[in-house]
Structures are given as structure tokens and as C-alpha cells.
Design a protein around this ligand. Structure first.
Ligand SMILES: [Ca+2]
Ligand SMILES: [Ca+2]
Length: 175
């Protein structure tokens, strides 16, 4: 189970700062710069992770849509699998080994209806489980994944448009 610190009110207050709407672009530039620093590049809605030594491509389909789709490395055509189809305005994805088991999980943010951030994990039987990271506090416009405190466990950094905020979800897995 991936556990994040966003439910801790102290950490939450310390790490969360509301932005005026006209500062939203500053937050987006921050994310873009962080991505450049990480060499993550573009586009924003197709990202590659690794599970069991295989490459997995994650996409939002359709563009800004409701589904999260995974393409698993395979000889010939890569099989397509819809792991989520109930989102609204899905807009942000990022891979990271959040629980430290050597395999990547997929962080997803969406910005419409019951917006939020969740992490999806591929289980050994091929199914995917969903863990909510933020339920209703982040109308995610974009997110990125980076280890900000150098403990080897990546954090999730997300920016919200409708919620006009930036949050760092500190990764407390294994603590
Ligand atoms: Ca993992
Ligand atoms: Ca960390």
C-alpha cells in the first residue's frame, strides 16, 4: 500500500500553499522546469514506466478524457488495457516506484467532477489496484514525480487549476 502524507494536517499546512489564480501559470512553469531538469520531456499525457523489466506506456484516452490506458511491452503489437474509465478531465500522469518494490506505479490526476489524484499499481495477477492520494482537494492540471528529499522514495507534485493550488504529496511508504 502506498501511503502519502497529505492527510497529516501539519505537513499538509506546511507543504500546501494556495495560489492566486493569476499565479497558476507560474506553477505550470515550475512543473515544466522540473520536468526539464528530470529529462522527462513531452508530451504530457504519454509516459513510460517499468514493471518486471518490461516497459509500460500509460496514456489518457481520449485526450483530456475519462480513461487511463496501459500498453505493455510485447513482441509485435503491444497489448492495450484500459485500467480506468471513470475519470473526468484526466490530465496528468507520472510513473514512480512509490512503494519501493522495484516496480513503477502510475500516479494519475484529473480535474473535473470528483477530481483528485490516485496511484494505480499492477498486481502479480495482472490486475490493477487504485489508491486515492487526494480525493477532492486537487483539480489536477498536471503532476510530476520526483524524490524531493533524497530518501529514495519519489514524491508527487501536482498543480490544480480549479482548486488554484500546488501540493507536494510526501511519500511515507516504508516509514
Ligand atoms: Ca513499486
Ligand atoms: Ca522522497
Amino acid at each position: 500500500m502506498v501511503r502519502f502524507a497529505n492527510d497529516d494536517p501539519t505537513i499538509h499546512a506546511y507543504n500546501t500553499f494556495a495560489l492566486a489564480q493569476n499565479n497558476f501559470n507560474v506553477a505550470c512553469i515550475f512543473i515544466a522546469l522540473l520536468r526539464d531538469a528530470l529529462g522527462e520531456g513531452a508530451p504530457g499525457e504519454i509516459k513510460m514506466g517499468r514493471i518486471g523489466g518490461k516497459r509500460y506506456l500509460a496514456t489518457v484516452e481520449p485526450w483530456h478524457g475519462n480513461s487511463i490506458v496501459i500498453y505493455e511491452e510485447h513482441s509485435g503489437m503491444w497489448p492495450r488495457r484500459v485500467i480506468e474509465d471513470g475519470l473526468a478531465g484526466a490530465h496528468a500522469i507520472g510513473w514512480g516506484d512509490f512503494d519501493g518494490d522495484g516496480n513503477d506505479e502510475l500516479a494519475v490526476g484529473w480535474r473535473e467532477k470528483n477530481f483528485g489524484v490516485a496511484v494505480y499499481k499492477r498486481m502479480s495477477d495482472g490486475s490493477w489496484t487504485k489508491s486515492m492520494v487526494d480525493d477532492g482537494g486537487m483539480a489536477a492540471e498536471d503532476l510530476t514525480v520526483a524524490d524531493l528529499n533524497g530518501d529514495g522514495r519519489p514524491e508527487i507534485i501536482a498543480v490544480g487549476r480549479k482548486t488554484a493550488n500546488v501540493k507536494i504529496y510526501w511519500n511515507e511508504a516504508g516509514k
